[in-house]
Every structure is written in C-alpha cells, then in structure tokens.
Design a protein around this ligand. Structure first.
Ligand SMILES: [Zn+2]
Ligand SMILES: [Zn+2]
Length: 210
C-alpha cells in the first residue's frame, strides 16, 4: 500500500513519463525530480538527481540489451537523458552542469560546450570561489577591491555600474513623472507662469519709475 509521499512521487513520475515517453522507465525510476534548486541559477527549476549508482559523482546507468544480459551498455545518466529529451550531443562536446551538481540530469541544466570551455568555466568557478574575481568577472585587486566592514570582498566596478544604473533609472522615472504632471496641470502651470511674468514686469516698471 502506498503512503501519501509515495503516491505523490508516483504521480509525478507518471506525469514525467507521459511528457517524455522516450525515457525508459528504469531510468525514470532512479531520478528524484524534486531535487534542490541550483544555487546560482534557481530560475532553471529543480535538479533531477540520479539516486542510484554513480561514478566520480556522475550518475551511471546500465541497460541490458538482448534479453538474457548478453550485452550491457553503461551510460552517464545526464548524457542519456539529454540525448533522449533534447537530442544528440554535438560531436566532440561535453555537457556542462549549469547547476554544478554532477548527479543532476535535468536537460535544462545541461549545456553542450567544448572541453576547453568546460575547463575555463571550472577555472572561473575556482577564482570566484576564492573571490579573486567578482561574479561579473572583474578582478578583485588593487583599486577595484573594496573590503567591507564585515570583511567581505566587494567589487568597485560593479558598485559603479549599479550606481549608474540606479541613477539612470531614477532620472528617467522622474522626468516621466514631471512630463505627466505638466500634461495634467498644463493650464494651471501656464497661468502661473503668465502671472509671474506679469508681476515681474510690473515690479520692473515700478523700479524704473522711482
Ligand atoms: Zn541540476
Ligand atoms: Zn565586478
């Protein structure tokens, strides 16, 4: 008898199986579709974590072909799920985990890149982790490095960009507001201007006369 949790998982598996009938059931069954969200890219949705055998942290899926265990093919789970849902992985490319979780096989978290690009990304990741660069790739040293009161290493270039963006947005918003105000109160503003001009002219006349 299934308890509540199992029923939920079962229903979810059913939905996924319906959406991707090309993924074999043995493969679907080994995936937790309710994984955590990627830390850096939560907009990509939850990770699909392979819960069974793995090698070097990557999911590892074996399939027996030809009935009586005659030939066993082993695949990396994320590669086979990608190939089944999105399509063939272009020749010579590797799949980069955008979520940085090796057992994840959510095709939306996988991007085919060259081996060099993959290495460059992990290199950038290491520099980011060591806070040698900011998340936008500016080097955190010399005048570009701000040490905050709490000891955090902040980027001057990013702070400047953020300030300029804020200034531009607020300026644009203000001039929009001013334009709208002018349109709504045109008659009143013009009347006041005319009155001011008249008053000024009269004052001038008065000083001329004395
Ligand atoms: Zn993932
Ligand atoms: Zn920066």
């Amino acid at each position: 008898m299934l308890d509540g949790m199992d029923t939920k998982i079962f229903q979810q598996l059913g939905r996924i199986a319906q959406k991707y009938p090309q993924i074999p059931w043995e493969l679907l069954r080994g995936i937790n579709f309710d994984g955590p969200l990627p830390v850096k890219r939560p907009e990509l949705g939850p990770c699909w974590l392979w819960t069974k055998a793995n090698v070097h942290g990557y999911g590892n899926f074996s399939q027996t072909k030809g009935g009586k265990g005659k030939s066993v093919s082993t695949y990396l789970t994320h590669r086979i799920v990608y190939a089944l849902t999105i399509g063939k992985i272009p020749e010579g490319l590797v799949l980069d985990h955008l979520c940085e979780r090796r057992p994840c096989c959510n095709p939306c978290h996988l991007e085919p890149v060259t081996h060099n690009e993959n290495i460059r990304r992990s290199f950038v990741g290491k520099k980011l982790w060591l806070k040698e660069i900011c998340k936008n790739g500016h080097e955190l040293k010399g005048e570009n490095l701000i040490i905050a009161a709490d000891g955090a290493r902040r980027c001057q270039a990013c702070a400047t960009i953020r300030f300029k963006k804020w200034r531009d947005e607020n300026h644009a918003a203000r001039s929009e507001w001013e334009k709208a105000y002018y349109q709504a109160n045109k008659a009143k503003i013009l009347a006041r201007t005319v009155a001011c001009n008249r008053a000024r002219a009269q004052r001038k006349k008065a000083t001329e006369l004395t």
